[in-house]
Design a protein around this ligand. Structure first.
Ligand SMILES: Cc1ncc(COP(=O)(O)O)c(C=O)c1O
Length: 488
Protein backbone atom coordinates (compact mmCIF):
# COMPACT_ATOMS: atom_id res chain seq x y z
CA UNK A 1 0.00 0.00 0.00
CA UNK A 2 1.26 3.42 -0.84
CA UNK A 3 1.18 5.66 2.18
CA UNK A 4 0.86 8.95 0.46
CA UNK A 5 2.97 11.87 1.57
CA UNK A 6 3.89 10.27 4.90
CA UNK A 7 7.58 10.72 4.28
CA UNK A 8 7.16 14.03 2.47
CA UNK A 9 5.42 15.51 5.50
CA UNK A 10 8.55 17.54 6.28
CA UNK A 11 8.04 19.82 3.28
CA UNK A 12 4.45 20.59 4.23
CA UNK A 13 5.41 20.92 7.86
CA UNK A 14 8.11 23.47 7.00
CA UNK A 15 5.53 25.50 5.10
CA UNK A 16 3.12 25.40 8.06
CA UNK A 17 5.82 26.38 10.52
CA UNK A 18 7.17 29.18 8.34
CA UNK A 19 3.76 30.72 7.75
CA UNK A 20 2.55 30.44 11.34
CA UNK A 21 5.53 31.32 13.52
CA UNK A 22 5.88 30.14 17.10
CA UNK A 23 6.76 31.50 20.54
CA UNK A 24 9.78 29.21 20.57
CA UNK A 25 12.62 28.59 18.15
CA UNK A 26 12.62 25.29 16.36
CA UNK A 27 14.34 22.57 18.38
CA UNK A 28 15.48 19.02 17.76
CA UNK A 29 13.23 16.11 18.64
CA UNK A 30 15.80 14.87 21.13
CA UNK A 31 15.97 18.24 22.86
CA UNK A 32 12.18 18.45 23.10
CA UNK A 33 11.84 14.86 24.33
CA UNK A 34 14.42 15.56 27.02
CA UNK A 35 12.45 18.56 28.29
CA UNK A 36 9.24 16.52 28.12
CA UNK A 37 10.75 13.62 30.05
CA UNK A 38 12.33 15.81 32.70
CA UNK A 39 9.48 18.23 33.38
CA UNK A 40 6.14 17.33 31.85
CA UNK A 41 3.79 15.01 33.76
CA UNK A 42 1.10 13.99 31.26
CA UNK A 43 -2.51 12.95 31.87
CA UNK A 44 -2.71 9.22 32.67
CA UNK A 45 1.09 9.04 32.97
CA UNK A 46 2.40 5.58 33.79
CA UNK A 47 4.47 6.83 36.70
CA UNK A 48 6.79 3.83 36.50
CA UNK A 49 7.93 5.01 33.07
CA UNK A 50 8.05 8.71 33.90
CA UNK A 51 11.11 10.26 32.30
CA UNK A 52 11.58 7.41 29.82
CA UNK A 53 8.99 8.21 27.17
CA UNK A 54 9.61 8.57 23.46
CA UNK A 55 6.47 10.56 22.72
CA UNK A 56 5.73 11.82 19.23
CA UNK A 57 6.27 15.58 19.26
CA UNK A 58 3.42 17.29 17.41
CA UNK A 59 4.55 20.58 15.93
CA UNK A 60 2.00 21.39 13.25
CA UNK A 61 -1.38 20.43 11.86
CA UNK A 62 -3.47 20.82 8.73
CA UNK A 63 -6.88 19.31 8.07
CA UNK A 64 -6.98 15.78 9.49
CA UNK A 65 -3.19 15.57 9.69
CA UNK A 66 -0.65 16.29 12.41
CA UNK A 67 3.02 16.82 11.63
CA UNK A 68 5.69 15.67 14.04
CA UNK A 69 9.10 17.14 14.77
CA UNK A 70 10.69 14.57 12.43
CA UNK A 71 8.63 15.80 9.52
CA UNK A 72 6.25 12.82 9.47
CA UNK A 73 2.62 13.30 8.53
CA UNK A 74 0.15 11.46 10.74
CA UNK A 75 -3.59 11.00 10.32
CA UNK A 76 -5.18 12.09 13.58
CA UNK A 77 -7.37 9.01 14.13
CA UNK A 78 -8.74 10.01 17.56
CA UNK A 79 -9.31 13.63 16.45
CA UNK A 80 -7.03 14.92 19.20
CA UNK A 81 -9.12 13.71 22.09
CA UNK A 82 -12.54 13.40 20.37
CA UNK A 83 -12.47 17.12 19.66
CA UNK A 84 -10.88 18.39 16.44
CA UNK A 85 -14.17 18.49 14.48
CA UNK A 86 -13.23 21.05 11.79
CA UNK A 87 -9.60 19.93 11.58
CA UNK A 88 -6.33 21.77 12.09
CA UNK A 89 -4.95 24.96 10.62
CA UNK A 90 -8.14 27.00 10.10
CA UNK A 91 -7.10 30.55 9.37
CA UNK A 92 -10.60 31.89 10.14
CA UNK A 93 -10.34 30.47 13.65
CA UNK A 94 -6.92 32.03 14.19
CA UNK A 95 -8.18 35.41 12.99
CA UNK A 96 -11.28 35.41 15.19
CA UNK A 97 -9.26 34.33 18.22
CA UNK A 98 -6.62 37.02 17.58
CA UNK A 99 -9.28 39.73 17.10
CA UNK A 100 -11.03 38.75 20.32
CA UNK A 101 -7.74 38.90 22.20
CA UNK A 102 -7.21 42.45 20.96
CA UNK A 103 -10.77 43.45 21.95
CA UNK A 104 -11.42 41.73 25.29
CA UNK A 105 -8.98 39.00 26.24
CA UNK A 106 -10.68 38.59 29.58
CA UNK A 107 -13.60 39.78 31.71
CA UNK A 108 -14.66 38.56 35.14
CA UNK A 109 -17.79 36.41 34.79
CA UNK A 110 -18.40 36.82 38.51
CA UNK A 111 -19.65 40.38 38.17
CA UNK A 112 -19.73 41.31 34.47
CA UNK A 113 -21.00 39.78 31.30
CA UNK A 114 -19.58 39.91 27.82
CA UNK A 115 -20.99 40.22 24.32
CA UNK A 116 -19.64 37.01 22.79
CA UNK A 117 -20.33 34.88 25.87
CA UNK A 118 -23.96 36.06 26.03
CA UNK A 119 -24.45 35.44 22.30
CA UNK A 120 -22.94 31.96 22.61
CA UNK A 121 -25.19 31.13 25.59
CA UNK A 122 -28.23 32.02 23.49
CA UNK A 123 -26.91 30.02 20.54
CA UNK A 124 -26.37 26.92 22.71
CA UNK A 125 -29.86 27.27 24.18
CA UNK A 126 -31.23 27.20 20.63
CA UNK A 127 -29.22 24.10 19.77
CA UNK A 128 -30.11 22.00 22.82
CA UNK A 129 -33.33 19.99 22.98
CA UNK A 130 -36.49 20.84 24.94
CA UNK A 131 -36.28 23.55 27.56
CA UNK A 132 -32.54 23.26 28.23
CA UNK A 133 -31.92 26.98 28.01
CA UNK A 134 -29.63 27.96 30.88
CA UNK A 135 -25.93 27.70 30.16
CA UNK A 136 -23.23 27.53 32.80
CA UNK A 137 -19.81 27.91 31.13
CA UNK A 138 -16.84 25.90 32.31
CA UNK A 139 -13.25 25.30 31.25
CA UNK A 140 -13.77 21.82 29.78
CA UNK A 141 -15.69 18.57 30.13
CA UNK A 142 -14.63 17.60 33.65
CA UNK A 143 -15.63 20.96 35.03
CA UNK A 144 -18.92 20.77 33.08
CA UNK A 145 -19.73 17.43 34.74
CA UNK A 146 -18.52 18.66 38.11
CA UNK A 147 -20.75 21.71 37.78
CA UNK A 148 -23.71 19.54 36.75
CA UNK A 149 -23.25 17.33 39.82
CA UNK A 150 -22.80 20.36 42.08
CA UNK A 151 -25.88 21.96 40.55
CA UNK A 152 -27.94 18.84 41.29
CA UNK A 153 -26.79 18.87 44.90
CA UNK A 154 -27.50 22.62 45.15
CA UNK A 155 -30.95 22.12 43.58
CA UNK A 156 -31.93 19.51 46.14
CA UNK A 157 -30.62 21.65 49.00
CA UNK A 158 -32.70 24.55 47.68
CA UNK A 159 -35.73 22.26 47.57
CA UNK A 160 -35.22 21.34 51.22
CA UNK A 161 -34.30 17.70 50.61
CA UNK A 162 -30.63 17.47 51.59
CA UNK A 163 -30.76 13.66 51.76
CA UNK A 164 -31.40 13.39 47.98
CA UNK A 165 -27.73 13.24 47.01
CA UNK A 166 -26.79 9.87 45.52
CA UNK A 167 -25.65 9.78 41.91
CA UNK A 168 -26.01 6.62 39.85
CA UNK A 169 -23.38 6.08 37.18
CA UNK A 170 -22.22 3.08 35.16
CA UNK A 171 -19.16 0.89 34.87
CA UNK A 172 -17.10 1.82 31.78
CA UNK A 173 -18.30 5.45 32.04
CA UNK A 174 -15.82 8.31 31.82
CA UNK A 175 -16.97 11.69 33.09
CA UNK A 176 -13.76 13.55 33.84
CA UNK A 177 -10.84 14.15 36.07
CA UNK A 178 -11.90 16.53 38.83
CA UNK A 179 -12.48 14.77 42.16
CA UNK A 180 -16.23 14.51 41.67
CA UNK A 181 -16.34 13.80 37.94
CA UNK A 182 -13.60 11.17 38.39
CA UNK A 183 -15.65 9.67 41.22
CA UNK A 184 -18.57 9.33 38.81
CA UNK A 185 -16.35 7.57 36.27
CA UNK A 186 -16.59 3.81 36.23
CA UNK A 187 -13.40 2.54 34.66
CA UNK A 188 -11.92 0.30 37.33
CA UNK A 189 -8.30 0.61 36.27
CA UNK A 190 -8.45 4.40 36.67
CA UNK A 191 -9.39 4.03 40.33
CA UNK A 192 -6.71 1.64 41.46
CA UNK A 193 -4.50 4.34 42.93
CA UNK A 194 -6.98 7.20 43.35
CA UNK A 195 -9.42 8.05 46.11
CA UNK A 196 -12.99 8.94 45.17
CA UNK A 197 -16.21 10.25 46.68
CA UNK A 198 -17.43 6.65 46.88
CA UNK A 199 -20.16 7.49 49.41
CA UNK A 200 -22.05 9.60 46.85
CA UNK A 201 -21.71 7.55 43.69
CA UNK A 202 -23.35 4.18 43.05
CA UNK A 203 -22.42 2.14 39.97
CA UNK A 204 -24.57 -0.12 37.88
CA UNK A 205 -23.25 -2.36 35.09
CA UNK A 206 -22.05 -1.28 31.68
CA UNK A 207 -24.71 -1.58 28.96
CA UNK A 208 -22.18 -3.18 26.60
CA UNK A 209 -24.11 -5.68 24.45
CA UNK A 210 -20.84 -7.29 23.29
CA UNK A 211 -20.24 -8.45 26.87
CA UNK A 212 -23.75 -9.76 27.48
CA UNK A 213 -24.11 -13.32 28.79
CA UNK A 214 -24.07 -16.05 26.17
CA UNK A 215 -27.58 -16.89 24.96
CA UNK A 216 -29.12 -13.58 26.01
CA UNK A 217 -30.72 -11.41 23.29
CA UNK A 218 -29.95 -7.68 23.04
CA UNK A 219 -33.51 -6.86 24.15
CA UNK A 220 -33.24 -9.11 27.20
CA UNK A 221 -29.88 -7.57 28.00
CA UNK A 222 -31.33 -4.05 27.66
CA UNK A 223 -34.26 -4.89 29.90
CA UNK A 224 -31.90 -6.37 32.49
CA UNK A 225 -29.76 -3.20 32.48
CA UNK A 226 -32.79 -0.94 32.83
CA UNK A 227 -34.09 -3.13 35.65
CA UNK A 228 -30.70 -2.80 37.33
CA UNK A 229 -31.19 0.98 37.34
CA UNK A 230 -34.66 0.69 38.82
CA UNK A 231 -33.53 -1.88 41.41
CA UNK A 232 -30.64 0.36 42.45
CA UNK A 233 -32.93 3.39 42.88
CA UNK A 234 -35.24 1.28 45.03
CA UNK A 235 -32.34 -0.18 47.00
CA UNK A 236 -30.88 3.25 47.77
CA UNK A 237 -34.37 4.71 48.27
CA UNK A 238 -35.79 7.17 45.70
CA UNK A 239 -35.70 9.90 48.35
CA UNK A 240 -31.90 9.54 48.42
CA UNK A 241 -31.20 9.38 44.69
CA UNK A 242 -30.57 12.72 43.01
CA UNK A 243 -29.47 11.87 39.48
CA UNK A 244 -28.46 9.33 36.90
CA UNK A 245 -25.51 10.39 34.74
CA UNK A 246 -24.94 8.74 31.36
CA UNK A 247 -22.94 9.28 28.21
CA UNK A 248 -25.23 8.45 25.25
CA UNK A 249 -22.34 6.32 23.95
CA UNK A 250 -19.68 5.41 26.50
CA UNK A 251 -16.76 6.87 24.61
CA UNK A 252 -13.52 6.23 26.52
CA UNK A 253 -15.05 3.03 27.88
CA UNK A 254 -14.61 1.69 24.33
CA UNK A 255 -17.40 3.24 22.24
CA UNK A 256 -20.01 1.20 24.08
CA UNK A 257 -23.32 1.57 22.27
CA UNK A 258 -26.23 0.54 24.50
CA UNK A 259 -29.04 -1.52 22.91
CA UNK A 260 -31.81 0.40 21.11
CA UNK A 261 -34.35 1.92 23.46
CA UNK A 262 -32.09 1.76 26.53
CA UNK A 263 -31.82 5.53 27.09
CA UNK A 264 -35.52 6.16 26.75
CA UNK A 265 -36.35 3.38 29.18
CA UNK A 266 -33.76 4.72 31.66
CA UNK A 267 -35.27 8.20 31.36
CA UNK A 268 -38.73 6.78 32.09
CA UNK A 269 -37.37 5.10 35.23
CA UNK A 270 -35.76 8.37 36.32
CA UNK A 271 -39.02 10.27 35.77
CA UNK A 272 -40.92 7.60 37.75
CA UNK A 273 -38.76 8.15 40.84
CA UNK A 274 -38.06 11.89 40.52
CA UNK A 275 -34.42 11.29 39.64
CA UNK A 276 -32.72 13.82 37.35
CA UNK A 277 -31.12 12.66 34.10
CA UNK A 278 -27.74 14.15 33.16
CA UNK A 279 -26.72 13.39 29.59
CA UNK A 280 -22.95 13.75 29.27
CA UNK A 281 -22.50 14.84 25.66
CA UNK A 282 -18.89 15.93 26.01
CA UNK A 283 -18.01 13.52 23.18
CA UNK A 284 -21.32 12.99 21.37
CA UNK A 285 -22.14 16.71 21.13
CA UNK A 286 -21.13 18.99 18.26
CA UNK A 287 -21.52 16.67 15.34
CA UNK A 288 -19.83 13.41 16.36
CA UNK A 289 -23.13 11.58 15.74
CA UNK A 290 -24.31 13.92 12.98
CA UNK A 291 -26.27 16.37 15.16
CA UNK A 292 -25.44 19.25 17.48
CA UNK A 293 -26.61 17.08 20.35
CA UNK A 294 -27.43 13.37 20.22
CA UNK A 295 -29.76 13.06 23.23
CA UNK A 296 -32.99 13.85 21.42
CA UNK A 297 -32.03 13.56 17.74
CA UNK A 298 -30.41 10.13 18.04
CA UNK A 299 -31.66 8.64 21.32
CA UNK A 300 -35.06 10.29 21.63
CA UNK A 301 -34.58 11.69 25.13
CA UNK A 302 -34.77 15.20 26.54
CA UNK A 303 -32.66 15.06 29.69
CA UNK A 304 -32.67 17.59 32.56
CA UNK A 305 -29.05 18.59 32.07
CA UNK A 306 -26.59 18.25 29.20
CA UNK A 307 -22.84 18.63 29.60
CA UNK A 308 -20.65 19.45 26.61
CA UNK A 309 -17.12 20.65 25.72
CA UNK A 310 -14.50 19.40 23.23
CA UNK A 311 -16.07 19.81 19.76
CA UNK A 312 -17.68 23.08 20.82
CA UNK A 313 -14.44 24.85 19.85
CA UNK A 314 -12.94 21.97 17.82
CA UNK A 315 -10.14 22.07 20.38
CA UNK A 316 -8.97 25.56 19.34
CA UNK A 317 -9.71 26.84 22.86
CA UNK A 318 -10.62 25.11 26.14
CA UNK A 319 -14.34 25.48 26.89
CA UNK A 320 -17.18 23.46 28.36
CA UNK A 321 -20.77 24.00 29.43
CA UNK A 322 -23.42 22.52 31.63
CA UNK A 323 -26.86 23.32 30.24
CA UNK A 324 -29.83 23.11 32.59
CA UNK A 325 -33.57 22.90 31.89
CA UNK A 326 -35.90 25.87 32.50
CA UNK A 327 -37.97 23.60 34.67
CA UNK A 328 -35.18 23.09 37.23
CA UNK A 329 -34.20 26.76 37.21
CA UNK A 330 -37.83 27.83 37.67
CA UNK A 331 -38.24 25.62 40.72
CA UNK A 332 -35.42 27.26 42.65
CA UNK A 333 -35.14 30.80 41.24
CA UNK A 334 -37.25 33.90 41.77
CA UNK A 335 -38.63 34.61 45.22
CA UNK A 336 -37.84 31.09 46.50
CA UNK A 337 -34.18 31.55 45.69
CA UNK A 338 -33.52 35.09 46.94
CA UNK A 339 -30.13 35.19 48.70
CA UNK A 340 -29.30 31.60 47.81
CA UNK A 341 -25.94 31.57 46.02
CA UNK A 342 -24.93 28.90 43.50
CA UNK A 343 -21.36 29.06 44.72
CA UNK A 344 -19.69 27.32 41.80
CA UNK A 345 -17.61 28.86 39.04
CA UNK A 346 -14.24 29.53 37.57
CA UNK A 347 -12.08 32.53 36.79
CA UNK A 348 -12.31 31.42 33.18
CA UNK A 349 -16.04 30.56 33.04
CA UNK A 350 -17.31 31.97 29.75
CA UNK A 351 -13.83 33.07 28.69
CA UNK A 352 -14.41 35.50 25.83
CA UNK A 353 -11.66 34.14 23.59
CA UNK A 354 -12.96 30.58 24.01
CA UNK A 355 -16.54 31.75 23.40
CA UNK A 356 -15.48 33.61 20.25
CA UNK A 357 -13.75 30.43 19.05
CA UNK A 358 -16.92 28.42 19.74
CA UNK A 359 -19.10 30.85 17.80
CA UNK A 360 -16.75 30.76 14.81
CA UNK A 361 -16.47 26.98 15.01
CA UNK A 362 -20.26 26.64 14.98
CA UNK A 363 -20.48 29.07 12.05
CA UNK A 364 -17.92 27.03 10.08
CA UNK A 365 -19.77 23.81 10.86
CA UNK A 366 -23.02 25.39 9.64
CA UNK A 367 -21.52 26.91 6.49
CA UNK A 368 -19.68 23.75 5.50
CA UNK A 369 -22.66 21.55 6.38
CA UNK A 370 -20.49 19.36 8.57
CA UNK A 371 -23.43 17.71 10.36
CA UNK A 372 -24.82 16.63 6.99
CA UNK A 373 -21.37 15.42 5.94
CA UNK A 374 -21.16 13.23 9.07
CA UNK A 375 -24.58 11.74 8.40
CA UNK A 376 -23.65 11.02 4.77
CA UNK A 377 -20.21 9.61 5.62
CA UNK A 378 -21.28 7.48 8.60
CA UNK A 379 -22.40 4.35 6.65
CA UNK A 380 -19.16 4.29 4.64
CA UNK A 381 -16.98 4.82 7.71
CA UNK A 382 -18.77 2.08 9.66
CA UNK A 383 -18.68 -0.35 6.74
CA UNK A 384 -14.94 0.17 6.32
CA UNK A 385 -14.04 -0.25 10.01
CA UNK A 386 -16.39 -3.24 10.30
CA UNK A 387 -14.34 -5.00 7.59
CA UNK A 388 -11.51 -5.23 10.15
CA UNK A 389 -13.51 -7.97 11.91
CA UNK A 390 -12.06 -10.47 9.44
CA UNK A 391 -8.66 -10.18 11.19
CA UNK A 392 -8.51 -13.22 13.51
CA UNK A 393 -7.39 -11.27 16.58
CA UNK A 394 -10.20 -8.70 16.26
CA UNK A 395 -13.17 -9.67 18.42
CA UNK A 396 -15.58 -6.82 17.77
CA UNK A 397 -15.79 -3.60 15.79
CA UNK A 398 -18.53 -1.19 16.78
CA UNK A 399 -19.31 2.40 16.01
CA UNK A 400 -21.86 5.10 15.39
CA UNK A 401 -21.56 8.46 13.68
CA UNK A 402 -17.85 9.09 13.21
CA UNK A 403 -16.68 7.20 16.28
CA UNK A 404 -15.59 3.58 16.37
CA UNK A 405 -13.75 1.02 18.44
CA UNK A 406 -11.77 -2.01 17.33
CA UNK A 407 -11.59 -4.49 20.19
CA UNK A 408 -8.99 -7.24 20.04
CA UNK A 409 -9.89 -10.45 21.75
CA UNK A 410 -6.99 -12.47 23.07
CA UNK A 411 -9.09 -14.48 25.46
CA UNK A 412 -11.96 -16.12 23.60
CA UNK A 413 -14.08 -16.75 26.72
CA UNK A 414 -14.39 -12.91 26.97
CA UNK A 415 -14.40 -13.08 30.74
CA UNK A 416 -10.87 -12.58 31.98
CA UNK A 417 -8.23 -10.13 30.88
CA UNK A 418 -4.80 -11.43 30.06
CA UNK A 419 -1.83 -9.26 30.94
CA UNK A 420 -1.26 -8.95 27.21
CA UNK A 421 -4.66 -7.28 26.85
CA UNK A 422 -3.24 -4.22 28.56
CA UNK A 423 -0.51 -3.89 25.94
CA UNK A 424 -2.55 -4.63 22.83
CA UNK A 425 -3.85 -1.15 22.03
CA UNK A 426 -0.43 0.38 22.64
CA UNK A 427 1.33 -2.17 20.43
CA UNK A 428 -1.08 -1.45 17.58
CA UNK A 429 -0.77 2.31 18.02
CA UNK A 430 3.01 2.05 17.79
CA UNK A 431 2.87 0.07 14.54
CA UNK A 432 0.28 2.46 13.10
CA UNK A 433 2.25 5.57 14.05
CA UNK A 434 5.25 4.20 12.18
CA UNK A 435 3.01 4.10 9.08
CA UNK A 436 1.37 7.51 9.52
CA UNK A 437 -1.69 7.00 11.71
CA UNK A 438 -2.37 7.85 15.34
CA UNK A 439 -4.92 5.56 17.01
CA UNK A 440 -5.92 5.87 20.62
CA UNK A 441 -5.10 2.76 22.63
CA UNK A 442 -7.34 1.76 25.55
CA UNK A 443 -6.28 -1.61 27.01
CA UNK A 444 -7.14 -4.13 24.24
CA UNK A 445 -9.08 -1.56 22.21
CA UNK A 446 -8.27 1.20 19.76
CA UNK A 447 -10.78 3.97 19.40
CA UNK A 448 -11.17 6.35 16.51
CA UNK A 449 -12.98 9.65 16.22
CA UNK A 450 -11.36 11.46 13.30
CA UNK A 451 -11.94 15.10 12.48
CA UNK A 452 -15.47 15.35 11.09
CA UNK A 453 -14.22 16.78 7.79
CA UNK A 454 -12.62 13.44 6.86
CA UNK A 455 -13.25 12.30 3.27
CA UNK A 456 -13.96 8.78 2.02
CA UNK A 457 -10.48 8.59 0.50
CA UNK A 458 -8.95 9.53 3.84
CA UNK A 459 -11.12 6.94 5.61
CA UNK A 460 -9.73 4.31 3.20
CA UNK A 461 -6.20 5.37 4.01
CA UNK A 462 -6.87 5.40 7.76
CA UNK A 463 -8.47 1.94 7.78
CA UNK A 464 -5.77 0.47 5.53
CA UNK A 465 -3.04 1.57 7.90
CA UNK A 466 -5.02 0.34 10.89
CA UNK A 467 -5.45 -3.04 9.23
CA UNK A 468 -1.73 -3.32 8.61
CA UNK A 469 -0.98 -2.19 12.18
CA UNK A 470 -3.26 -4.87 13.67
CA UNK A 471 -2.01 -7.59 11.34
CA UNK A 472 1.63 -6.79 12.04
CA UNK A 473 0.95 -6.80 15.80
CA UNK A 474 -0.87 -10.12 15.52
CA UNK A 475 1.91 -11.70 13.43
CA UNK A 476 4.48 -10.54 15.96
CA UNK A 477 2.51 -12.12 18.83
CA UNK A 478 2.33 -15.41 16.93
CA UNK A 479 6.06 -15.24 16.13
CA UNK A 480 6.92 -14.57 19.78
CA UNK A 481 4.74 -17.51 20.87
CA UNK A 482 2.42 -15.20 22.83
CA UNK A 483 -0.74 -15.95 20.89
CA UNK A 484 -2.05 -18.75 18.72
CA UNK A 485 -4.14 -18.29 15.62
CA UNK A 486 -7.61 -19.78 16.37
CA UNK A 487 -8.37 -23.00 14.47
CA UNK A 488 -11.84 -23.02 12.89
C1 LIG B 1 -17.92 11.80 28.21
C2 LIG B 1 -16.83 12.66 28.81
N1 LIG B 1 -17.14 13.49 29.81
C3 LIG B 1 -16.22 14.30 30.35
C4 LIG B 1 -14.92 14.31 29.90
C5 LIG B 1 -13.90 15.21 30.51
O1 LIG B 1 -13.61 16.26 29.65
P1 LIG B 1 -12.26 17.11 29.78
O2 LIG B 1 -11.13 16.18 29.51
O3 LIG B 1 -12.43 18.21 28.78
O4 LIG B 1 -12.20 17.65 31.17
C6 LIG B 1 -14.56 13.47 28.84
C7 LIG B 1 -13.18 13.45 28.32
O5 LIG B 1 -12.78 12.65 27.52
C8 LIG B 1 -15.53 12.60 28.30
O6 LIG B 1 -15.22 11.74 27.31
Amino acid sequence: MKIKEFHYGGLIMNKILESSGSVIDRQSTENLRNKDNQHYLHPWEDIGSFGENQRTVAVGGKGIYLYDSEGNRLIDGPGGMWCTQIGYGRKEMAEVIARQIMRTPYYSPFNLTNDVSAVLAEKLAQMTPGDLNTVFFTTGGSTAVDSALRFVSFYNNCKGRPEKKKIISRQDAYHGSTYLSASASGKTRDKNFQDTAADIISFIGSPNPFRRPVGMSEEEFRDAKVKELEDRILELGPANVAAFIAEPILASGGVVIPPAGYHKMCLDICRKYDVLYISDEVVTGFGRLGHWFASEKVFDIVPDIITCAKGMTSGYQPLGACIVSDNLIAEISGNTGKGTIFSNGYTYSGHPVACAAALKNIEIMEQEKILEHVRETEPYFLQKVKELEDIPIVGNVRGQGLMACVECLLDPDKQSSLALDYEMGGRIDKKCQAMGLIVRPIINMNVMSPPLIITREQIDEMVQILRRGIEQTMDQLVKDGLWEMPVH
